[in-house]
Design a protein around this ligand. Sequence first.
Ligand code: ASP
Length: 307
Amino acid sequence: MSEVVTFSWGRDEASWSIVIHGGAGAVPVEARARHAEGCKLAAIGGGAILRDGGSALDAAQRAVEILEDDPVFNAGTGAALNTSGEIELDAAVMEGALRAGAVCALPPFTNPIKIARAVLAEGSHILYAGPGAEAFAQAHGFVRTTSEAMTTDAARARFLTMQGTNQSSEGWAGGTVGAVARDSSGHVAAATSTGGTFMKRPGRVGDTPILGAGTYADDEAGACSNTGHGEAVMKLCLAKTAIEWLRQDMHPEDAARAAIALLARRANGVGGIILVDRRGRLGLARTTETMSFAAMSSRDTEPSCGS
Ligand code: ASP
């Protein structure tokens, strides 16, 4: 079984808190500081909203937007390419009052998390796929772009390298982004965004936009964002599993460790998880070589970050 690595911010409660991940994976040593810095900026952006008394939902969304705009992450600009060399995006937001919005197999749009938020705000449905997601986005004023405009040199180079190797859905990208937050009113929220796995087949959807798999939030328990082998995460409804442990008052550090151990043991999957509980306590665990992260709470003057 892969070793479970955790990080601790102390086990105390906080009136507001946010933790961010920049994807489970294997970031090369020389790039790790850059990934951690990206997460730190996202924590600063989300943390500023919480410090000003804003909502967990706004904070989690803002943090993910910042990471979607950062080309080193596999979300928004810089997303992984599928076997056709195209970008298809998955994203979800959920708040603790059980309102949610998500999009999957979305063609290129700069900030899928904003479209997921618009789905939540509009309220008719929770998850739109492919052409339906595109139609929803356009009807709400979002402008479609092109895969070329959102593809970084690094993503293109990786696509060209992998094209010859016949790897498909096993070509796991890393670099998915997510944030979970608790605000000073006691509400929680989660947001996750990804380009999915490298060389996924067109139409493949991972765990990220599936409530209870990659993303979940419940004010009576806490909030969760996952990253890693989407197929394995979905088999275990991993976010909801971890949230049920928080509901029973397991500390998020212990729940994160248990969830990621379960992923390895039962589904032979590797990945990472971030959690916040209804008291603002944080948890993080991974079985991958790296998972960049940053966190900040009402007790801190600046975020702590790492990879
Ligand atoms: N979980 C994502 C997916 O399977 C990938 C990742 O987290 O890197 O689409």
